[in-house]
Design a protein. Structure first.
Length: 201
């Protein structure tokens, strides 16, 4: 798989998570707020990577900032797969201008946006957008309908795509590589997650 649409990301991310056993508990044992907290953690890690200009510890040939934004997209996509949310439709609705999202590879989504590349040198730019992403994630918890949920998650997705494009990041490539890496991680194995200190969800 060399091209990844938003709908394909939802399908693959959720399938991978199910295969790894992340959804083995009864559905009632999971909460949207818990999943959203995990998305918030990835956004904060993106800020950490950005402010320290770190390379990623899992994909050392990529910047941590880029990989953590990919993790945001993977977690959002998995959650949308679990809830049956149409993330592609929501992203299309949220993107500014005449962007085409449906059947368009994430790396090929073009849009007109006020997050223009000329702002990349502004020291407030990245922190401001990351804070907007945090706010958009929080808004997902109060969505009152399936349509609102699709739109709320779409805003998160569009902000990440916009930010990555304006910073000239290879978001699509990072997503594909990180999903492949996650399949091999020892700390994602069920037997290790069951140990003291293991990841429970």
């Amino acid at each position: 798989m060399t091209k990844l649409t938003v709908s394909e990301l939802v399908r693959v991310a959720h399938e991978n998570a199910k295969e790894a056993g992340w959804w083995d508990k009864p559905v009632g044992d999971f909460t949207l707020n818990a999943k959203l907290c995990l998305v918030h953690s990835e956004i904060s890690e993106a800020m950490e990577g950005y402010r320290k200009d770190l390379m990623d510890d899992k994909l050392p040939h990529r910047k941590m900032f880029e990989v953590e934004l990919a993790d945001v997209m993977i977690r959002v996509a998995d959650t949308c797969g679990w809830m049956g949310v149409n993330l592609e439709h929501g992203t299309q609705s949220a993107l500014i201008g005449d962007a085409i999202v449906v059947d368009r590879s994430i790396g090929d989504i073009l849009f007109t946006t006020f997050y223009d590349a000329e702002y990349r040198t502004d020291p407030e730019y990245v922190p401001a957008v990351l804070n907007q992403i945090h706010q958009a994630v929080s808004n997902c918890s109060s969505a009152a309908s399936d349509n609102q949920l699709s739109t709320s998650f779409g805003v998160v997705s569009s902000l990440v795509i916009n930010l990555a494009a304006s910073m000239q990041l290879d978001l699509e490539g990072a997503i594909l590589e990180k999903m492949a890496f996650n399949k091999t991680r020892a700390d994602h194995k069920p037997e290790n997650r069951a140990k003291v200190g293991g990841k429970k969800f």
